[in-house]
Ligand binder design. Structure first.
Ligand SMILES: Cc1cc2nc3c(=O)[nH]c(=O)nc-3n(C[C@H](O)[C@H](O)[C@H](O)COP(=O)(O)OP(=O)(O)OC[C@H]3O[C@@H](n4cnc5c(N)ncnc54)[C@H](O)[C@@H]3O)c2cc1C
Length: 508
């Protein structure tokens, strides 16, 4: 059932077994799974069924340096959350990403890939991914006869595939709206902005969540357990803002909340000019490359990533590359190609000739090293519901840029050596870390078995608080090169099992 918080009495108290805050990828998945396990849930959502400017404005905050875009642009604050404009690209984290690397301080998850394997599998059904696995198989892609590019036989790079739901990236609000409306165990309260978690006397359990509407009503949500799923920045914001009774905020006894913020570097690295004749099909065919999400979205995407062994050898951060077909820059192409190749390509005519001349822009997805000084803090300035706004300091380090530059150089050399073509590198000087919006916020409430190193334990339970759980990208200690949301879905399903079973027993 849906309830509009603006139409209930001021001071109304809602009670349930589990109170989930945030109805995006993580929150909706968790609510549906708990309801299936016969647990009564209240889902508290700031937005409505569609985007509304006044609510979206609550996401505004201060960005301390120019390397990160304004933070209200990337996240969407209504039912379905940021899945309302995500691209749907899904890929699991490699086992390597969970390991602690001696050359990368603060790396290592308290769980391994095997802990998530069953949940990655279950996540496929929630998202609606049609294909059975995340392995690139040239035969399956109709490309078995192609010369191996940087793929199978390359020691340093692997060909990777991002699966995508069809016919469009799954919009969680749209897809599950009717299920939420009709489910007897789910009550979703819209237009309710969480503003503070209220701890009991001992500070070891949460007794309530307070929320406010833009129309000024205050609501109280009481539950045996609370799960905060408000996204990578807001999860930390709520903990920090819950400081009326506990100085510094909830779960922040070791000053870890808000730290280790990360987002992928995402930028055009250059253009690839394919000179091999005929070009391998994954260069020839548009279906392998990114186009705008929507009804005409291409299906799965193919790209490249550095292999773990190569990364370990070179001490490199995660790095992958996706292409974007560039159809209209014939002149640019002509100026790039060598004279001989141009003569050869010119012999082609009509569509066939055109295809061979395709230029593909390459975008990299680069990992940022975990850094305690990359962080979210609160400012004195308040938003329209009275919550302190955030300040975000990306605090990029030399190591982040060095890894990007080295990765770009190594990949360009590998492409040239393969004989497929050449990459003309864009000069990265002065360019920001994220081109566009910034999209993959992680790390502000990282998991760790050691309360001095992280905010939650391996199940997402906040250290020192019996009944408070977090879910989403904020749990990631490191993010690799992989898009995060498949892992967020998997973590939600894992948390649902935990809360529905003995591991999630309510606080005394
Ligand atoms: C342009 C773009 C493209 C992307 N493409 C991809 C992709 O191809 N692949 C991929 O893996 N990832 C992609 N992402 C990232 C993906 O969208 C996020 O990782 C994912 O949506 C995060 O899920 P979440 O549930 O943690 O947060 P969200 O989906 O953002 O949900 C958070 C929810 O909490 C609610 N909320 C916030 N504050 C409050 C409050 N105070 N009180 C109550 N409710 C609150 C919000 O309204 C929202 O519904 C993309 C992101 C962007 C911006």
């Amino acid at each position: 059932m849906f309830v509009d918080a603006r139409s209930v009495d001021d001071g109304r108290v809602f009670e349930s077994d589990v109170c989930i805050v945030g109805a995006g990828a993580a929150g909706i998945t968790l609510a549906l799974e708990l309801a299936k396990a016969k647990v009564d849930v209240t889902l508290v959502e700031s937005g409505d069924f569609q985007l509304e400017a006044a609510t979206q404005k609550l996401y505004e905050g201060r960005v301390i340096d120019g390397d990160y875009p304004p933070i209200q642009l990337s996240r969407l604050r209504y039912l379905g959350g940021t899945t309302n404009h995500w691209g749907g690209a899904c890929v699991p984290l490699d086992p390597f990403e969970f390991e602690a690397h001696s050359w990368l301080p603060h790396s290592g998850w308290p769980i391994g890939r095997a802990d998530l394997d069953p949940y990655y599998e279950r996540a496929r059904a929630v998202i609606g991914l049609p294909r059975p696995d995340f392995r690139f198989d040239p035969a399956e892609e109709g490309a078995a006869q192609d010369p191996p590019l940087l793929g199978a036989e390359n020691r340093d790079y692997e060909t990777v595939i991002w699966r995508r739901p069809q016919p469009e990236p799954t919009r969680m609000g749209k897809k599950y709206r009717e299920t939420i409306r009709s489910h007897p165990r789910i009550r979703c309260v819209l237009n309710a902005n969480a503003i503070e978690l209220v701890p009991g006397e001992s500070g070891r359990a949460i007794t309530a969540l307070t929320a406010r509407t833009l129309t000024g009503r205050e609501l109280r949500f009481e539950a045996r357990r609370f799960a905060i799923c408000m996204g990578g920045i807001e999860n930390a914001r709520l903990l920090l803002a819950s400081d009326t009774r506990i100085r510094g905020g909830i779960g922040n006894q070791n000053d870890r909340v808000g730290r280790y913020f990360a987002d992928h570097g995402f930028r055009m690295m250059g253009k690839i000019h394919v000179t091999q004749q005929p070009a391998p099909s994954w260069f020839r065919e548009e279906r392998f490359w990114l186009s705008d999400p929507g009804p005409n979205a291409t299906p799965d995407l193919v790209g490249f990533a550095t292999r773990p062994s190569f990364r370990a050898r070179r001490k490199l951060l995660g790095f992958s590359v996706i292409g974007h077909v560039d159809s209209g820059e014939w002149d640019d192409y002509r100026s790039e190609i060598g004279v001989q190749e141009l003569a050869a390509a010119s012999q082609g005519s009509g569509e066939a000739g055109k295809r061979e001349r395709r230029v593909i822009r390459l975008y990299f997805v680069a990992e940022k090293a975990p850094n305690p000084d990359s962080r979210i803090t609160l400012q004195p300035e308040r938003d329209a519901v009275g919550m302190r706004k955030v300040a975000l300091d990306l605090n990029l380090q030399e190591r982040d840029w060095e890894s990007v530059n080295e990765n770009v150089r190594l990949l360009s050399t590998a492409v040239a050596r393969s004989g497929v073509g050449r990459i003309r590198i864009v000069d990265p000087e002065g360019l920001p870390w994220c081109e566009g919006t910034g999209a993959h916020q992680t790390g502000t409430t990282r998991m760790s078995d050691d309360p001095k190193q992280g905010v939650t334990d391996r199940n997402g339970k906040v250290h020192g608080v019996e009944n408070l759980y977090l879910c989403g990208g904020s749990l990631f200690p490191t993010a690799g090169w992989q898009h995060p949301t498949l892992t967020i879905f998997a973590l939600s399903l894992r948390l649902a099992d935990h809360l529905a079973g003995a591991g999630g027993a309510p606080a005394a």
